[in-house]
Design a binder for this molecule. Structure first.
Ligand code: PLP
Length: 369
């Protein structure tokens, strides 16, 4: 087989697929003369609520702000603690510290998601919430999290930034906890062509509060009830998101098929393939494999024209910005091991069968020498 060049991500392939629709929607906004807080946002929020069957959706500026404003709306601040998985993108933890509260980390298990059995020992009288993250597109153990949240009277927030459209026990992620937080960063399962995010909830009080917080704490112009910020989702991004929401399941199905080809095709004793939980529908935002020879494998694939990434090379507790929390190496052995062993393969809309077969073939030829 001839040498191919395969990038880790190629958003242009999705753009090319729906180009005419994007152009039509964006031009409509440009020609309307109305660029923020308009009908595109209202329509997108309505569609996103309807898809999820929830009371409300609030569009915000990013996935980070979806989490940040959720933490704020729940009244969590200095002196409070929030349970967070240690293996996640750092934004989950930053949303807690942005509000002056403390992230209390919990190690993960072989699903890469939070190990529910290790949560209760971390709960104190300061604990106010648990943030469950559906990492890499795989729903975390929401039944387990809900049981603990109910037992201790904690809020349960879902970080769905990597799992739009994933289903856990017949429920879409984001609809199980008190609030679901989404990122529409371009590469996410539903992405904008810029920054955007949203929250969904059945609690109309929380929805109303976040609606105010994103708009300087105001619902009536120049009347500021609470101290808010500017975190608006603009009309051009909302117009693009309406299209990408429509094709969410198509994209998810395409990545699931790629994942199946990897799982069926990769047969190399050095490689660990991802394990999916029963009862959970993984949308494979990321396809994580693991090997003790991760760095060698990454260099080998790069030499063969295959770009990969690592999610994540440093767990949250060892990040420089969190040295004040005084965690050390050894505190979360599973996450630390995964940080040294994980490698993410290309998985995206438009990845061809030829490219998938090429990646499988090269991985199966990988030897340690
Ligand atoms: C991407 C991501 C975020 C942050 O989203 P942004 O839109 O980049 O601010 C938060 N949590 C997780 C798990 C993410 O992957």
């Amino acid at each position: 087989m001839s040498n191919l060049k395969i990038k880790f991500a190629e958003l242009i392939r999705q753009f090319n697929k729906y180009e005419l629709e994007y152009e039509a929607n964006v031009l409509e906004v440009l020609r309307s003369g109305w660029y923020i807080n308009g009908n595109q946002l209202k329509e997108f929020e309505k569609q996103f609520s309807e898809v999820h069957g929830v009371e409300g959706c609030v569009g915000v500026n990013s996935g980070f702000d979806a989490l940040n404003l959720t933490v704020r709306a729940l009244g969590i601040s200095e002196g409070d603690e929030v349970i967070v998985p240690v293996n996640t993108f750092v934004a989950t933890a930053l949303a807690v510290t942005e509000n002056g509260a403390k992230p209390v980390y919990v190690d993960v298990d072989e699903t890469y998601n939070i190990d529910v059995d290790k949560i209760e020992e971390k709960i104190t009288n300061k604990t106010k919430a648990i943030i469950g993250v559906h990492l890499y597109g795989a729903p975390c153990d929401m039944d387990g999290l809900k049981k603990i949240a109910d037992k201790y009277g904690l809020y349960l927030v879902e970080d769905c930034a990597q799992a739009h459209g994933a289903i856990y026990n017949d429920h879409l992620v984001g609809t199980i906890g008190d609030v679901g937080c989404f990122s529409f960063y371009p590469m996410k399962p539903v992405g904008a062509f810029g920054d955007a995010g949203a929250i969904i909830s059945n609690d109309v009080e929380i929805v109303g509060k976040i609606e105010k917080l994103r708009n300087y704490g105001s619902q009536i112009k120049y009347h500021h009830d609470i101290k808010g910020i500017n975190s608006r989702l603009d009309e051009i991004q909302a117009a693009i998101l309406k299209i990408n929401l429509k094709y969410m399941n198509d994209g998810n199905n395409e990545r699931k098929q790629i994942a199946r080809k990897y799982i069926e095709g990769i047969k190399n004793p050095l490689i660990n393939l991802p394990e999916s939980e029963l009862e959970c529908d993984n949308v494979y935002h990321i396809f994580p494999i693991r090997t003790k020879n991760r760095d060698e494998l990454q260099v080998y694939l790069e030499k063969n024209g295959i770009q990969t990434q690592i999610h994540y090379p440093i767990p949250c507790h060892l990040q420089e910005c969190y040295k004040d929390l005084n965690y050390k190496i050894g505190d979360f052995p599973i996450a630390e091991t995964y940080a040294c062993e994980e490698l993410s393969l290309p998985i995206y809309v438009g990845l061809s069968d030829e490219e998938i077969s090429y990646i499988v073939e090269k991985i199966n030829l990988f030897l340690v020498g």
